[in-house]
Design a protein around this ligand. Structure first.
Ligand SMILES: *Cc1c(COP(=O)(O)O)cnc(C)c1O
Length: 379
Protein backbone atom coordinates (compact mmCIF):
# COMPACT_ATOMS: atom_id res chain seq x y z
CA UNK A 1 0.00 0.00 0.00
CA UNK A 2 1.28 3.45 -0.85
CA UNK A 3 1.28 5.68 2.22
CA UNK A 4 -0.36 9.09 2.22
CA UNK A 5 2.94 10.83 2.73
CA UNK A 6 4.41 9.01 -0.27
CA UNK A 7 1.44 10.12 -2.39
CA UNK A 8 1.97 13.72 -1.29
CA UNK A 9 5.67 13.48 -2.05
CA UNK A 10 4.98 12.09 -5.51
CA UNK A 11 2.50 14.92 -6.15
CA UNK A 12 5.07 17.50 -5.04
CA UNK A 13 7.72 15.90 -7.22
CA UNK A 14 5.64 15.34 -10.39
CA UNK A 15 2.81 17.87 -10.07
CA UNK A 16 -0.89 17.13 -10.41
CA UNK A 17 -3.13 15.66 -11.72
CA UNK A 18 -1.24 12.46 -11.01
CA UNK A 19 -2.17 8.83 -11.56
CA UNK A 20 -0.08 6.53 -9.37
CA UNK A 21 0.19 2.85 -10.27
CA UNK A 22 1.32 0.63 -7.41
CA UNK A 23 2.92 -2.50 -8.84
CA UNK A 24 3.11 -4.21 -5.43
CA UNK A 25 -0.68 -3.96 -5.22
CA UNK A 26 -0.92 -5.37 -8.74
CA UNK A 27 1.30 -8.36 -7.96
CA UNK A 28 -0.61 -8.94 -4.75
CA UNK A 29 -4.04 -9.04 -6.41
CA UNK A 30 -2.74 -11.27 -9.22
CA UNK A 31 -1.40 -13.74 -6.66
CA UNK A 32 -4.65 -13.60 -4.70
CA UNK A 33 -6.55 -14.55 -7.84
CA UNK A 34 -4.20 -17.46 -8.56
CA UNK A 35 -4.34 -18.67 -4.97
CA UNK A 36 -8.12 -18.81 -4.76
CA UNK A 37 -8.76 -20.07 -8.31
CA UNK A 38 -5.93 -22.57 -8.84
CA UNK A 39 -7.68 -24.22 -11.81
CA UNK A 40 -8.04 -20.94 -13.66
CA UNK A 41 -5.44 -19.19 -15.83
CA UNK A 42 -5.87 -15.40 -15.62
CA UNK A 43 -6.00 -13.48 -18.91
CA UNK A 44 -5.77 -9.83 -17.91
CA UNK A 45 -8.36 -7.79 -19.86
CA UNK A 46 -6.07 -5.06 -21.15
CA UNK A 47 -8.90 -2.57 -21.76
CA UNK A 48 -9.33 -2.00 -17.99
CA UNK A 49 -5.97 -0.25 -18.01
CA UNK A 50 -3.67 -0.67 -21.02
CA UNK A 51 -0.61 0.91 -19.40
CA UNK A 52 2.35 -1.04 -20.84
CA UNK A 53 4.00 -1.28 -17.42
CA UNK A 54 0.89 -2.93 -15.96
CA UNK A 55 1.03 -5.43 -18.80
CA UNK A 56 4.75 -5.89 -18.15
CA UNK A 57 4.36 -6.59 -14.44
CA UNK A 58 1.54 -9.07 -15.07
CA UNK A 59 3.58 -10.66 -17.86
CA UNK A 60 6.43 -11.18 -15.41
CA UNK A 61 3.98 -12.73 -12.94
CA UNK A 62 2.99 -15.27 -15.58
CA UNK A 63 -0.37 -13.82 -16.61
CA UNK A 64 -2.02 -14.30 -19.97
CA UNK A 65 -3.93 -11.54 -21.76
CA UNK A 66 -7.35 -10.69 -23.17
CA UNK A 67 -7.09 -8.10 -25.93
CA UNK A 68 -9.93 -6.57 -27.91
CA UNK A 69 -8.24 -4.42 -30.55
CA UNK A 70 -5.08 -4.46 -32.64
CA UNK A 71 -3.39 -1.74 -30.54
CA UNK A 72 -4.05 -3.77 -27.37
CA UNK A 73 -2.63 -6.84 -29.07
CA UNK A 74 0.53 -4.85 -29.87
CA UNK A 75 0.95 -3.69 -26.26
CA UNK A 76 1.08 -7.32 -25.16
CA UNK A 77 3.17 -8.37 -28.17
CA UNK A 78 5.91 -5.89 -27.18
CA UNK A 79 6.85 -8.24 -24.34
CA UNK A 80 7.49 -11.23 -26.60
CA UNK A 81 8.75 -9.71 -29.80
CA UNK A 82 12.35 -10.69 -28.99
CA UNK A 83 11.46 -14.41 -28.84
CA UNK A 84 12.19 -16.76 -31.76
CA UNK A 85 9.19 -17.10 -34.09
CA UNK A 86 8.14 -20.56 -32.97
CA UNK A 87 8.23 -19.69 -29.27
CA UNK A 88 6.41 -16.45 -29.94
CA UNK A 89 3.68 -18.29 -31.80
CA UNK A 90 3.29 -20.84 -28.98
CA UNK A 91 3.09 -18.02 -26.46
CA UNK A 92 0.39 -16.22 -28.44
CA UNK A 93 -1.60 -19.41 -28.87
CA UNK A 94 -1.34 -20.27 -25.17
CA UNK A 95 -1.63 -16.83 -23.65
CA UNK A 96 -3.64 -14.41 -25.73
CA UNK A 97 -7.34 -14.39 -26.43
CA UNK A 98 -8.79 -11.81 -28.76
CA UNK A 99 -12.08 -11.50 -26.92
CA UNK A 100 -14.00 -8.98 -29.00
CA UNK A 101 -16.82 -10.93 -30.66
CA UNK A 102 -17.08 -8.44 -33.54
CA UNK A 103 -13.87 -7.76 -35.42
CA UNK A 104 -13.22 -5.47 -38.39
CA UNK A 105 -11.99 -7.40 -41.45
CA UNK A 106 -8.67 -5.54 -41.60
CA UNK A 107 -8.03 -6.50 -37.98
CA UNK A 108 -8.76 -10.15 -38.79
CA UNK A 109 -6.36 -10.01 -41.72
CA UNK A 110 -3.63 -8.57 -39.53
CA UNK A 111 -4.35 -11.06 -36.75
CA UNK A 112 -4.32 -14.12 -38.97
CA UNK A 113 -0.57 -14.41 -39.13
CA UNK A 114 -0.44 -14.64 -35.32
CA UNK A 115 -3.04 -17.45 -35.29
CA UNK A 116 -4.71 -16.29 -32.09
CA UNK A 117 -7.79 -17.53 -30.33
CA UNK A 118 -10.72 -15.23 -31.13
CA UNK A 119 -14.29 -15.11 -29.87
CA UNK A 120 -17.45 -14.94 -32.00
CA UNK A 121 -21.17 -15.00 -31.32
CA UNK A 122 -22.99 -15.04 -34.66
CA UNK A 123 -23.08 -16.58 -38.13
CA UNK A 124 -21.89 -13.46 -39.99
CA UNK A 125 -18.75 -13.41 -37.85
CA UNK A 126 -17.98 -17.08 -38.58
CA UNK A 127 -17.96 -16.37 -42.32
CA UNK A 128 -15.87 -13.25 -41.79
CA UNK A 129 -13.32 -15.22 -39.79
CA UNK A 130 -13.29 -18.02 -42.36
CA UNK A 131 -12.52 -15.53 -45.08
CA UNK A 132 -10.13 -13.12 -43.31
CA UNK A 133 -8.51 -15.14 -40.48
CA UNK A 134 -8.85 -18.82 -41.41
CA UNK A 135 -5.93 -19.79 -39.12
CA UNK A 136 -7.50 -18.42 -35.94
CA UNK A 137 -8.95 -20.67 -33.26
CA UNK A 138 -12.48 -19.92 -32.11
CA UNK A 139 -14.33 -19.61 -28.83
CA UNK A 140 -18.07 -19.12 -28.82
CA UNK A 141 -19.27 -16.23 -26.65
CA UNK A 142 -22.41 -17.33 -24.88
CA UNK A 143 -25.09 -14.94 -23.65
CA UNK A 144 -25.58 -15.35 -19.91
CA UNK A 145 -27.60 -13.44 -17.31
CA UNK A 146 -25.95 -10.19 -16.13
CA UNK A 147 -28.39 -9.57 -13.29
CA UNK A 148 -27.10 -7.05 -10.78
CA UNK A 149 -23.79 -6.37 -12.52
CA UNK A 150 -22.72 -2.73 -12.39
CA UNK A 151 -22.07 -2.80 -16.15
CA UNK A 152 -24.32 -5.13 -18.14
CA UNK A 153 -23.08 -6.63 -21.40
CA UNK A 154 -25.63 -9.28 -22.31
CA UNK A 155 -27.68 -7.05 -24.59
CA UNK A 156 -24.71 -6.38 -26.84
CA UNK A 157 -22.87 -9.72 -26.83
CA UNK A 158 -23.43 -13.44 -26.81
CA UNK A 159 -25.16 -16.24 -28.70
CA UNK A 160 -28.22 -17.57 -26.95
CA UNK A 161 -27.82 -21.07 -25.51
CA UNK A 162 -30.47 -22.33 -27.95
CA UNK A 163 -28.45 -21.39 -31.05
CA UNK A 164 -24.99 -22.07 -29.60
CA UNK A 165 -24.44 -25.58 -30.91
CA UNK A 166 -25.84 -24.73 -34.35
CA UNK A 167 -23.16 -22.01 -34.58
CA UNK A 168 -20.44 -24.35 -33.37
CA UNK A 169 -21.42 -26.93 -36.01
CA UNK A 170 -21.57 -24.27 -38.71
CA UNK A 171 -18.00 -23.19 -37.91
CA UNK A 172 -16.95 -26.84 -37.95
CA UNK A 173 -18.54 -27.37 -41.37
CA UNK A 174 -16.45 -24.48 -42.70
CA UNK A 175 -13.30 -26.13 -41.41
CA UNK A 176 -12.78 -23.83 -38.42
CA UNK A 177 -12.11 -25.23 -34.95
CA UNK A 178 -14.21 -24.11 -32.03
CA UNK A 179 -11.94 -24.70 -29.04
CA UNK A 180 -14.44 -23.83 -26.37
CA UNK A 181 -16.95 -21.46 -24.86
CA UNK A 182 -16.65 -18.06 -23.20
CA UNK A 183 -19.05 -15.81 -21.35
CA UNK A 184 -19.06 -12.57 -19.37
CA UNK A 185 -21.40 -12.18 -16.40
CA UNK A 186 -21.22 -8.34 -16.49
CA UNK A 187 -18.62 -6.07 -14.96
CA UNK A 188 -18.40 -5.63 -11.16
CA UNK A 189 -20.66 -8.60 -10.56
CA UNK A 190 -21.53 -8.74 -6.88
CA UNK A 191 -24.34 -11.20 -7.57
CA UNK A 192 -22.35 -14.45 -7.42
CA UNK A 193 -25.36 -16.38 -8.68
CA UNK A 194 -24.54 -15.04 -12.18
CA UNK A 195 -21.43 -17.25 -12.28
CA UNK A 196 -23.42 -20.27 -11.09
CA UNK A 197 -26.03 -19.81 -13.81
CA UNK A 198 -23.46 -19.08 -16.50
CA UNK A 199 -21.45 -22.19 -15.66
CA UNK A 200 -24.55 -24.33 -15.69
CA UNK A 201 -25.68 -22.94 -19.07
CA UNK A 202 -22.19 -23.51 -20.47
CA UNK A 203 -22.06 -27.08 -19.20
CA UNK A 204 -25.38 -27.65 -20.99
CA UNK A 205 -23.93 -26.40 -24.28
CA UNK A 206 -20.83 -28.58 -23.86
CA UNK A 207 -23.11 -31.55 -23.34
CA UNK A 208 -25.34 -30.77 -26.31
CA UNK A 209 -22.31 -30.29 -28.57
CA UNK A 210 -20.95 -33.68 -27.53
CA UNK A 211 -24.27 -35.38 -28.04
CA UNK A 212 -24.45 -33.90 -31.53
CA UNK A 213 -21.03 -35.23 -32.38
CA UNK A 214 -18.75 -32.25 -31.76
CA UNK A 215 -15.98 -33.29 -29.38
CA UNK A 216 -13.19 -30.77 -30.04
CA UNK A 217 -14.01 -28.36 -27.21
CA UNK A 218 -11.59 -28.38 -24.28
CA UNK A 219 -11.61 -24.76 -23.18
CA UNK A 220 -13.88 -22.90 -20.80
CA UNK A 221 -13.47 -19.14 -20.50
CA UNK A 222 -15.35 -17.72 -17.51
CA UNK A 223 -14.73 -14.12 -18.58
CA UNK A 224 -14.37 -11.09 -16.32
CA UNK A 225 -16.70 -9.42 -13.86
CA UNK A 226 -14.82 -10.21 -10.64
CA UNK A 227 -15.72 -7.33 -8.35
CA UNK A 228 -13.15 -4.85 -7.04
CA UNK A 229 -13.45 -4.06 -3.32
CA UNK A 230 -14.81 -0.55 -3.83
CA UNK A 231 -16.73 -0.64 -0.56
CA UNK A 232 -17.63 -2.90 2.33
CA UNK A 233 -20.71 -4.24 0.54
CA UNK A 234 -18.54 -6.22 -1.88
CA UNK A 235 -18.04 -9.69 -0.41
CA UNK A 236 -14.47 -11.02 -0.31
CA UNK A 237 -13.03 -12.56 -3.48
CA UNK A 238 -12.37 -15.81 -1.59
CA UNK A 239 -16.13 -16.31 -1.22
CA UNK A 240 -16.76 -15.89 -4.94
CA UNK A 241 -13.83 -18.18 -5.74
CA UNK A 242 -15.33 -20.87 -3.53
CA UNK A 243 -18.63 -20.67 -5.40
CA UNK A 244 -16.84 -20.88 -8.76
CA UNK A 245 -14.55 -23.74 -7.72
CA UNK A 246 -17.49 -25.79 -6.49
CA UNK A 247 -19.33 -25.37 -9.80
CA UNK A 248 -16.22 -26.02 -11.91
CA UNK A 249 -15.52 -29.26 -10.09
CA UNK A 250 -19.16 -30.32 -10.21
CA UNK A 251 -19.76 -29.57 -13.91
CA UNK A 252 -16.48 -29.82 -15.82
CA UNK A 253 -13.97 -32.67 -16.16
CA UNK A 254 -10.45 -31.98 -14.87
CA UNK A 255 -8.96 -31.98 -18.38
CA UNK A 256 -10.96 -28.92 -19.47
CA UNK A 257 -8.70 -25.89 -19.59
CA UNK A 258 -10.28 -23.06 -17.62
CA UNK A 259 -9.42 -19.43 -18.16
CA UNK A 260 -10.78 -16.11 -16.94
CA UNK A 261 -10.47 -12.53 -18.13
CA UNK A 262 -10.25 -10.30 -15.04
CA UNK A 263 -9.83 -6.62 -15.93
CA UNK A 264 -11.25 -4.48 -13.18
CA UNK A 265 -10.29 -6.88 -10.39
CA UNK A 266 -6.59 -6.51 -11.23
CA UNK A 267 -6.45 -2.89 -12.32
CA UNK A 268 -8.76 -1.15 -9.84
CA UNK A 269 -6.75 -1.59 -6.66
CA UNK A 270 -3.41 -0.58 -8.17
CA UNK A 271 -4.45 2.95 -9.17
CA UNK A 272 -4.64 6.09 -7.04
CA UNK A 273 -5.31 9.57 -8.35
CA UNK A 274 -4.00 12.74 -6.74
CA UNK A 275 -5.26 16.15 -7.79
CA UNK A 276 -5.21 19.74 -6.56
CA UNK A 277 -7.87 22.21 -5.59
CA UNK A 278 -7.77 24.91 -8.27
CA UNK A 279 -10.83 26.89 -7.20
CA UNK A 280 -13.44 27.15 -4.51
CA UNK A 281 -16.92 28.69 -4.32
CA UNK A 282 -19.94 28.59 -2.08
CA UNK A 283 -23.17 27.95 -4.02
CA UNK A 284 -26.50 27.82 -2.18
CA UNK A 285 -24.61 27.45 1.07
CA UNK A 286 -22.62 24.45 -0.11
CA UNK A 287 -18.88 24.52 -0.61
CA UNK A 288 -17.82 23.61 -4.15
CA UNK A 289 -14.27 22.55 -4.88
CA UNK A 290 -12.85 22.63 -8.39
CA UNK A 291 -10.02 20.17 -8.91
CA UNK A 292 -7.63 19.66 -11.84
CA UNK A 293 -8.95 16.19 -12.71
CA UNK A 294 -12.49 15.22 -13.66
CA UNK A 295 -14.89 13.03 -15.61
CA UNK A 296 -13.19 13.70 -18.95
CA UNK A 297 -10.01 12.42 -17.37
CA UNK A 298 -9.19 10.02 -14.49
CA UNK A 299 -12.76 10.20 -13.14
CA UNK A 300 -14.19 9.08 -16.51
CA UNK A 301 -15.59 6.03 -14.74
CA UNK A 302 -18.22 8.27 -13.16
CA UNK A 303 -19.75 8.55 -16.66
CA UNK A 304 -18.67 5.45 -18.58
CA UNK A 305 -18.36 2.93 -15.77
CA UNK A 306 -21.31 3.83 -13.53
CA UNK A 307 -18.72 4.10 -10.78
CA UNK A 308 -18.28 6.42 -7.78
CA UNK A 309 -14.93 7.35 -6.34
CA UNK A 310 -14.91 8.95 -2.89
CA UNK A 311 -12.62 11.99 -2.80
CA UNK A 312 -10.41 12.24 0.29
CA UNK A 313 -8.37 15.11 1.66
CA UNK A 314 -4.93 14.74 3.22
CA UNK A 315 -5.80 17.61 5.55
CA UNK A 316 -7.72 16.89 8.74
CA UNK A 317 -10.48 18.97 10.35
CA UNK A 318 -14.24 19.25 10.77
CA UNK A 319 -15.99 18.23 7.57
CA UNK A 320 -19.09 19.29 5.68
CA UNK A 321 -20.85 17.97 2.57
CA UNK A 322 -19.22 19.52 -0.49
CA UNK A 323 -19.39 19.26 -4.28
CA UNK A 324 -16.31 18.32 -6.26
CA UNK A 325 -16.13 19.52 -9.87
CA UNK A 326 -13.67 18.83 -12.67
CA UNK A 327 -11.71 21.56 -14.45
CA UNK A 328 -13.55 21.69 -17.81
CA UNK A 329 -16.31 24.07 -18.84
CA UNK A 330 -18.88 21.31 -19.15
CA UNK A 331 -21.58 21.06 -16.46
CA UNK A 332 -21.33 17.28 -16.87
CA UNK A 333 -17.87 17.41 -15.33
CA UNK A 334 -19.02 16.57 -11.80
CA UNK A 335 -16.89 14.19 -9.75
CA UNK A 336 -19.32 14.19 -6.82
CA UNK A 337 -22.21 16.23 -5.43
CA UNK A 338 -21.69 14.95 -1.89
CA UNK A 339 -18.25 14.45 -0.40
CA UNK A 340 -17.39 14.87 3.25
CA UNK A 341 -14.40 17.18 3.13
CA UNK A 342 -12.67 19.49 5.59
CA UNK A 343 -12.08 23.17 4.83
CA UNK A 344 -9.59 23.15 1.95
CA UNK A 345 -7.64 25.91 0.22
CA UNK A 346 -6.42 26.40 -3.31
CA UNK A 347 -3.38 24.18 -3.84
CA UNK A 348 -4.42 21.55 -1.30
CA UNK A 349 -4.30 17.98 -2.54
CA UNK A 350 -7.12 15.43 -2.67
CA UNK A 351 -6.99 11.78 -3.71
CA UNK A 352 -9.12 8.78 -4.68
CA UNK A 353 -8.14 5.14 -4.22
CA UNK A 354 -9.11 1.99 -6.15
CA UNK A 355 -9.38 4.08 -9.31
CA UNK A 356 -7.07 2.02 -11.54
CA UNK A 357 -9.72 0.43 -13.80
CA UNK A 358 -11.71 2.11 -16.59
CA UNK A 359 -10.43 5.49 -15.47
CA UNK A 360 -7.20 6.75 -16.98
CA UNK A 361 -7.93 4.32 -19.85
CA UNK A 362 -10.82 6.51 -21.01
CA UNK A 363 -9.18 9.89 -20.40
CA UNK A 364 -9.64 12.46 -23.15
CA UNK A 365 -8.00 15.77 -24.06
CA UNK A 366 -11.31 17.58 -23.80
CA UNK A 367 -11.05 21.32 -23.37
CA UNK A 368 -7.31 21.07 -23.84
CA UNK A 369 -6.68 19.41 -20.50
CA UNK A 370 -4.32 16.44 -20.91
CA UNK A 371 -4.75 13.11 -19.09
CA UNK A 372 -3.13 12.86 -15.64
CA UNK A 373 0.58 12.09 -15.57
CA UNK A 374 1.26 8.43 -14.78
CA UNK A 375 3.89 7.45 -12.21
CA UNK A 376 4.87 3.93 -11.31
CA UNK A 377 5.54 2.96 -7.70
CA UNK A 378 7.21 -0.27 -6.52
CA UNK A 379 7.89 -1.36 -10.10
C1 LIG B 1 -14.28 -5.89 -20.51
C2 LIG B 1 -14.12 -7.34 -20.67
C3 LIG B 1 -13.48 -8.08 -19.67
C4 LIG B 1 -13.04 -7.49 -18.36
O1 LIG B 1 -14.14 -7.32 -17.55
P1 LIG B 1 -13.99 -6.90 -16.01
O2 LIG B 1 -15.39 -6.78 -15.57
O3 LIG B 1 -13.23 -5.64 -15.97
O4 LIG B 1 -13.27 -8.01 -15.33
C5 LIG B 1 -13.31 -9.43 -19.90
N1 LIG B 1 -13.73 -10.03 -21.03
C6 LIG B 1 -14.36 -9.33 -22.01
C7 LIG B 1 -14.78 -10.05 -23.24
C8 LIG B 1 -14.58 -7.98 -21.85
O5 LIG B 1 -15.21 -7.30 -22.81
Amino acid sequence: MITKSRLQNLARQHGTPLFVIDHDALRKVYREFKKHLPRVQAYYAVKANPDPMIVRTLFEEGASFDVASMPEFKIVYQNIRHLPAKQRQDWIWDKIIYANPTKPTDTLEELNRYKPLVTFDNREEIHKIKRHAPDAGLALRLKVPNTGAMVELSSKFGASPGEAVDLILEADRLGLTVEGISFHVGSQTTNFENYVQALSLTAGVFQEARSRGYTKMNLLDIGGGFPAPYDASVRPFAELAKVINTELDRLFPADIQVLAEPGRFFAAVCGTSVSSIIGKAVRDGKTCYYINDGVYHTYSGVIFDHCKYPVHAFKKGPTSICSVFGPTCDALDVVSMAENLPELERGDLVYSVNIGAYSHASSTWFNGFPPAKVVHANR
